[in-house]
Design a protein around this ligand. Sequence first.
Ligand code: FMN
Length: 413
Amino acid sequence: MGYKETLLSPIKIGPHLAQNRFFAQPMECVDADEEGNPTELTCRRYENLYKGGFGFVDLEAITVTNESRARRTQLEIMPRNEKPLANLIKRLKEINPNVLLVFQLTHSGEISDPEFSRRVAVKPLPGFGGELLTEEMTEKIIDDFVQASKIAQAAGADGIDLKFCHGYLGSQILRPFNDRPWKYGGPWENRSRFAYDLMERIQRGVSDKGFILGSKLSLWEGFPGGCGSAGPDSPLMDLTEPLDLVKGLEERGAVYFVESLGNVHASMNFMEAVQDEPYLSYLHFWFADILKKTVKPETVVIGSSFSPFRGNVNKLLAVEPGRSSLFAMGARCIGDGMMDMIGLGRQSFSDPFTPLKLSEGRENEIQYCNQCMNCEELMLRQKPVGCVLYNETYRELFKEVRKSLGKLAELHS
Ligand SMILES: Cc1cc2nc3c(=O)[nH]c(=O)nc-3n(C[C@H](O)[C@H](O)[C@H](O)COP(=O)(O)O)c2cc1C
């Protein structure tokens, strides 16, 4: 089979059918209104992904509470947001009712910004701190997640993604560093309790059994004591716990997993391979392969870190350059059984029409991401996020940001 046939072939996710193998990664864009509702900018971004032909779309990290959050204008999912979220989904379904849509539910924990919200910690990391989470506070957070799942379902989403990656609260509780003696800390049995209770309660809470449950995971956070390390301060990798987590979540109803690595404040390059280190993508493929070998054959595994592959021109040494493009490499990863779908993150910013252009034979028109990371900078500076290289709106925003910092408004090329 050629790469086009592989990437455009449908796949079952639980009882649903994704039209192709393209997964739009959850990408926080900091463009909600002051109540956490989608704005016109938000709606247009998702409309483009729907028009652009993605089979499965993961709505960016949406916070289950506005009390603690990482971005000032982050999307929120509380009772007041149900109607605006339903309106967004209605607009999307009018474009294509067959695209599968899940919401990535999150709580930022120690990454919550104390400038405008309450920073809470499982066990404070140096340089972070925050109010220590009590068992009561943690149970309230579980309630918030369950409530958010019901809102997602009522608003018309097809499912949810529990965010256990990149150092947000889900990862903070799971990591061996959380050796505090409390109900959710210390031995693995306690550290996995939050994730398992959450999945069980959500499964019971959503009436439709076809509601898609899954999770994006940092299988290895890449710092001593992080998820996937051998002990509270160990720099050694040990995947026993992350793989146990995957099986435990699967037993409780998860039907898909998105592979990820790294942590937003300690090991960012593992999350997002940058221009000079594109080869970190291969590490992701290795982890996706382990994930695929761990789960049941019908559980869908989605691989990450495809943006550095671009067209035939990239910085990845290949025996045959033609086989190292994003599409060729994606189809190979699927064909070799390492994963079932390919996730596009930054590439979904630079060209949300990537899958459509492949299907229409317009590959030469695709705008490829160059990993300049200016989108990430917009996010970290609490500005609406998008592609600075190809989109005038974000290019202007980026120039303003740099000007206000007193730096040259130079754009990476
Ligand atoms: C601006 C920006 C926002 C992101 N927001 C999220 C998010 O909300 N949730 C998440 O799990 N990952 C998030 N990520 C990580 C991506 O989803 C993805 O895992 C990563 O960029 C690697 O994929 P890529 O090489 O295709 O970009 C974000 C990345 C960037 C650059």
